[in-house]
Design a protein around this ligand. Structure first.
Ligand code: ADP
Ligand code: ADP
Length: 219
């Protein structure tokens, strides 16, 4: 259960983005996916969410194949893309309402996610009026709307100022008490602040997969 990735290889044309990648994320774990720009993190996350398909290998979310059971996978998974396409003209509540209707989520869930993500003071503002940190909360609220069991967060704190960074990390920790979280970053401190385990990727290959405690012990 959780996330299971088996021998995934992905090419864009001649360019190999992932090379025989395997790892797993246990149910309820918070695992960091650490690597420099271009390592293949976004590609892996888009494969997990079914946006792109691998050339080889397979991924499973809570036992459901991304290839064969995408509807089930979409119910199980919430995704925060790296460049979240928010509708800047919309009001926060209106945006969440719109997504809730598309995904057939009950109205009462909107108030719940607004509260959970600390958006209450901003809920009646336009998204374009919000700071980067609050926009990121809107993205996280959107990912949580259908109450998925697994969250995929692509670089959730990149570009935030130090205060926003601490706030978003605290939110991720809080949400992580109840969910499986797989989050990408290029910063080791992010992993240290949030994660129990780290999977390190470089040039499309997994180079390390360790508990944080073991990683520190081996230094
Ligand atoms: P990361 O998220 O770790 O920065 P990406 O998964 O975005 O890495 O990219 C992995 C590699 O694949 C990089 O070399 C990148 O340039 C390349 N790449 C990503 N998306 C595409 C695409 N749509 N077409 C061609 N190459 C791509
Ligand atoms: P994201 O991480 O959200 O994909 P990027 O800025 O890395 O955002 O990429 C924007 C778009 O360009 C994505 O669709 C990505 O797949 C694509 N892309 C990234 N790298 C390359 C590349 N080297 N060649 C072609 N397309 C790419």
């Amino acid at each position: 259960m959780g996330i299971e990735v088996k021998n995934i290889t992905k090419y864009y044309g001649d360019q190999q983005a992932l090379n025989d990648v395997s790892f797993s994320v246990g149910k309820g774990e918070i695992v960091g996916f650490l690597g420099p720009n271009g390592a293949g993190k976004s590609t892996m996350m888009k494969i997990l969410t079914g946006y792109i398909t691998p050339n080889k290998g397979e991924a499973f979310i809570n036992g459901n194949s991304v290839k064969d059971e995408i509807k089930k996978v979409q119910q199980e998974i919430g995704y925060l893309p790296e460049h979240n396409p928010l509708y800047l003209e919309m009001y926060v509540r209106e945006y969440l309402n719109f997504l809730a209707r598309i995904h057939r989520v009950p109205q009462k869930r909107i108030a719940e996610v607004i509260q959970l993500t600390g958006l209450t003071p901003e809920a009646n503002k336009k998204i374009e009026q919000l700071s980067k940190g609050y926009r990121q909360r809107v993205g996280i609220a959107a990912a949580l709307l259908h109450d998925p069991k697994v969250l995929i967060l692509d670089e959730p704190t990149t570009g935030l100022d130090p205060n926003q960074l601490v706030e978003i990390r605290n939110l991720i920790k809080k949400v992580g008490e109840e969910k499986t979280i797989f989050l990408s970053t290029h910063i080791m401190q992010e992993v240290e602040a949030l994660c129990e385990r780290v999977v390190i990727i470089n040039k499309g290959c997994i180079v390390t997969d360790k508990k944080l405690a073991d990683l520190k012990g081996s230094e």
